[in-house]
Write a protein that binds this ligand. Structure first.
Ligand SMILES: [Zn+2]
Ligand SMILES: [Zn+2]
Length: 166
């Protein structure tokens, strides 16, 4: 088994390459940078490598190194920006939508907004009043319905007066 010698990506020293692209002395710094880059990508996974480097305050070379090693995945690098709805090339990385889907989406948004407004109108506005009137008209007075208690008391009263008059 041949010993793999490599130049440290951080300090340029020749070292025994085991798994990392940096020497043992630089490993801690490399790990720290990796943590920073990973944190940045965790919150903003669509950043380009140079944006990641800037946000994480690490060297761009360091970001590229980690991408090449497969330690981190930069969306912008690993795959071209595609539309999340139809898979066509997206207009921008952050939007992840193609032009036609963006237009469709804005129409859908407008429609959803309109439906929402209509529902609100129905709840508290014109439609609501209209319906209540209709419902009132539709209910006919039922003759067989039990008479309210006030009437019973009133109808009992004249009986008593008639009885006492005899
Ligand atoms: Zn080194
Ligand atoms: Zn699309």
């Amino acid at each position: 088994m041949a010993i793999s010698m490599d130049k440290c990506a951080r300090c340029g020293k020749i070292y025994h390459k085991i798994r990392s692209t940096v020497c043992a002395q630089c490993q801690d710094a490399e790990d720290a940078d990796y943590e920073k880059i990973r944190d940045v990508l965790c919150y903003e996974p669509t950043l380009t490598p140079d944006q990641v480097a800037e946000a994480a305050e690490v060297e761009l070379a360091c970001v590229m190194r980690m991408i090449n090693e497969g330690l981190i995945t930069s969306v912008s690098l690993s795959e071209p920006a595609v539309c999340g709805r139809c898979g066509a090339p997206a207009i921008s990385l952050s939007k992840r939508l193609c032009q036609s889907c963006l237009e469709k989406l804005s129409i859908e948004c407008a429609e959803a907004l309109r439906a929402m407004r209509e529902a609100q109108m129905e709840r508290e506005g014109y439609y609501g009043v209209h319906r209540t009137v209709e419902r009132k008209r539709r209910t006919p007075p039922t003759p067989g319905s039990p008479k309210p208690p006030t009437r019973t008391t009133r109808s009992r009263a004249p009986k008593r007066t008639a009885g006492s008059g005899r």
